[in-house]
Design a protein around this ligand. Structure first.
Ligand code: SF4
Ligand SMILES: [Mn+2]
Length: 265
């Protein structure tokens, strides 16, 4: 099968970005596709309640505000739409009110109040060419994903996705656990796996866990970002110093600049 995606052992960030652009896939769907055995499975009941979305919005906004308070000089962006994705939080090192140092992405943060999606976040890291911090507020865990690791994780996935797409086009099904979460009208469904319904009784319990874990998670994020900010600030200061030295050491004559003689009145 010609996958159309060149298999390269050592792909660069640009290669991976290009591969996924060619697939034209929404980053949040990559994990959905790859975690199912049945190529024809369809997601159902995704918008069963606005409560999950609400909790995500609340904690994401709170984290963005807290990070702005902690790292006041950084450009903290919240819910940034970029192409076919929306980043929860992004920090840039174009120090506001001071000087623009290229405005490079420092870190992307993804807040999860439900299940983690690893591949989506790998793609964020690759596209933004910076680390991604994954916040699992439900468990209180915080993970750091570097673009180099993300690049390695994603390397073979475009061809895997194309294989699944081809199986889907052949209408090949793999009945099993996936039927439980599948909304498709399907003759192959295993009868005992009727579509799953999310229980509404877990909301209060979940909201309480998120609230309890928030401060712990915030501390951990701060610990991870602080060295990145320090390193980037030191680099910026160095660049400014070097730029100043160059200006001082180059005399106007050496630089070919003609100075008009002073006019005596
Ligand atoms: S019902 Fe089961 S077998 Fe049919 S498409 Fe869905 S997951 Fe596949
Ligand atoms: Mn999120």
């Amino acid at each position: 099968m010609d996958t159309g995606v060149a298999i390269k052992m050592n792909k660069t960030l640009a290669d991976i970005t290009q591969d996924f652009n060619r697939l034209d896939i929404v980053p949040s769907k990559i994990d959905d596709i790859l975690q199912k055995a049945c190529p024809c499975a369809e997601n159902g009941n995704e918008s069963i309640s606005s409560m999950y979305n609400f909790m995500h919005q609340v904690f994401n906004a709170r984290l963005a505000q807290d990070l702005k308070k902690i790292f006041a000089k950084l450009n903290v962006q919240h819910e940034v739409v970029e192409g076919n994705s929306r980043l929860d939080i992004r920090l840039l090192n174009d120090y506001q009110n001071r000087v623009t140092v290229g405005g490079k992405n420092l870190v992307v943060i993804d807040m999860k109040t439900g299940n983690v999606k690893l591949y989506q976040l790998c793609l964020y890291s690759v596209r933004n060419q910076c680390p991604t911090i994954i916040v699992e507020l439900l468990s209180g865990d915080v993970h750091l994903l570097t673009p180099e690791i993300a690049c390695k994780i994603l390397t073979n996935l475009p061809s895997e996705i194309e294989k699944i797409t081809e199986m889907k086009s052949l209408k090949a099904t793999l009945p099993g656990q996936d039927c439980r979460f599948c909304a498709k009208e399907c003759k192959d469904r295993i009868a005992k796996y009727t579509p799953y319904k999310v229980s509404s009784t877990s909301f209060a319990e979940r909201a309480l866990k998120l609230e309890t874990n928030y401060n712990k998670v915030k501390e951990r994020i701060q610990e991870i970002i602080r060295p990145m900010v320090d390193e980037s600030t030191a680099k910026a200061a160095n660049e400014m110093k070097e730029a100043k030295n160059v200006r001082v050491s180059v005399s106007p004559m050496a630089a070919g600049i003609q100075i008009a003689p002073a006019i005596k009145i």
